[in-house]
Design a protein. Structure first.
Length: 189
């Protein structure tokens, strides 16, 4: 996949070309799946959402029907993947909130004895991280976007640098600061 291919297709989508969204998925699918797999590795073992489902749900939120799509003026490949990371984050947070609300008796399901138990600490950690990230976003939106890309999307320093149009050195420095800030906020190392 060439970066310019994605950018051209995104421009066609913004111009109203209905066929362009069908052209986009093959170009970005492998990268979105890699991001989803990376993010799902840190989820609880019994998580019901699979990387493929996460990719499809995020893609539908980005490109889906007008009334549900997040799309809007993507400024190239980096901006699209940043929006995809945000969509994945929202999906995971919604899933965690739904599991938390149901775990104490609401909508009971039968489970076989071998089914893994819900990881309450993982759900709480994800929701606490999201709350801290929202607080950081109110103080420094650019730093929050960097954290979202690193933590929720699993992008490398170089990928974040390209997406945010920063140098890798700046990303490393800001990432170290963000980790320290989040550690203090979450009460961990």
């Amino acid at each position: 996949m060439r970066v310019s291919d994605v950018t051209v297709v995104l421009q066609r989508i913004e111009a109203g070309d209905e066929a362009a969204s069908a052209d986009l998925l093959p170009l970005v699918y492998a990268e979105l799946r890699r991001l989803a797999r990376s993010r799902m590795r840190s989820e609880a073992a019994g998580h019901t959402l699979q990387p493929t489902a996460l990719v499809h749900e995020a893609y539908l939120r980005l490109i889906g029907p007008e009334e549900s799509a997040i799309s809007g003026g993507w400024d190239g490949r980096g901006h699209f993947f940043a929006a995809a990371a945000e969509a994945m984050r929202r999906i995971l947070i919604e899933s965690a909130r739904r599991r938390r609300s149901l775990k104490r008796g609401g909508d009971r399901d039968r489970r076989a004895l071998g089914d893994p138990p819900e990881q309450e600490e993982d759900i709480d950690r994800l929701l606490d991280t999201d709350a801290a990230l929202r607080k950081l976003e109110s103080q420094d939106p650019d730093l929050a976007k960097l954290v979202e890309l690193r933590f929720f999307a699993g992008l490398t320093v170089e990928e974040v640098a390209a997406a945010l149009d920063l140098s890798p050195r700046t990303v490393k420095r800001r990432w170290a600061f963000a980790r320290a800030w989040l550690g203090r906020e979450l009460g961990s190392d």
